[in-house]
Design a protein around this ligand. Sequence first.
Ligand SMILES: [Zn+2]
Ligand SMILES: [Zn+2]
Length: 156
Amino acid sequence: MDAETHDDKVKRLLDEAESYCAAQGTQLTQLRRLVLETLIASSGPVKAYDLIDTLRERGHRLTPATVYRILEFFLHNGLVHRVNALNAFVACSDGHMVAHNPLIVVCPGCQTTTEINDEGLYTSIFTRLGALGFEIKDGTVEVRGVCRKCAKDGTA
Ligand SMILES: [Zn+2]
Ligand SMILES: [Zn+2]
């Protein structure tokens, strides 16, 4: 199989999101598509205000309320994840398009994230927390980890 180019990946993830929304009986409207495309095309997590700026540079003036409403829609559907450590949002890299609890590794050097989905891992974390009496509200687990490149460059 040929290696997927960046543009191919953006297009594939957008197409998958479109089918997913259709299957859910909802729509990937033009504005939603625009926001998702910006997140997917970005090299890492994006802060809401940077997202608004990028959209404005591309000729789309969206109010913060509109952008947050769209982000909420994507968070709810598992197409986008919130990265609390960076106060930013990242497109789901997995494309399995169901609400899920990812483990997100945040590199403090380059501020990029890596998403890991491992059912067994969550089951053990949540079973343990449940046994301790916790009712989980947000299952995203964030871990700080220096990526290979930053470790090599000594930038983190
Ligand atoms: Zn995901
Ligand atoms: Zn890094």
